[in-house]
Design a protein around this ligand. Structure first.
Ligand SMILES: [Zn+2]
Length: 65
């Protein structure tokens, strides 16, 4: 599994943050962004990204298990 730090601000990433980055940007990404930097990058509010994480989790997406 990809792990590590946000490539923008260096914050350690949670599994959820890695998962939503892969869903929104690039499934094969080696480097990911934290949810705050992703929010700025794609102009989607953090609250909306968190709702998406919950949605994907309910759908059984393996990125969020
Ligand atoms: Zn960041």
């Amino acid at each position: 599994m990809t792990s590590g730090k946000c490539k923008v601000c260096g914050k350690p990433l949670s599994t959820d943050e890695i998962g939503i980055y892969k869903k929104m940007i690039n499934r094969g990404a080696d480097e990911c962004m934290c949810i705050e930097c992703l929010s700025r990058e794609i102009s989607v509010p953090v609250s909306a990204l968190r709702e998406r994480i919950e949605y994907f989790r309910r759908m059984g997406c393996t990125l969020f298990l």
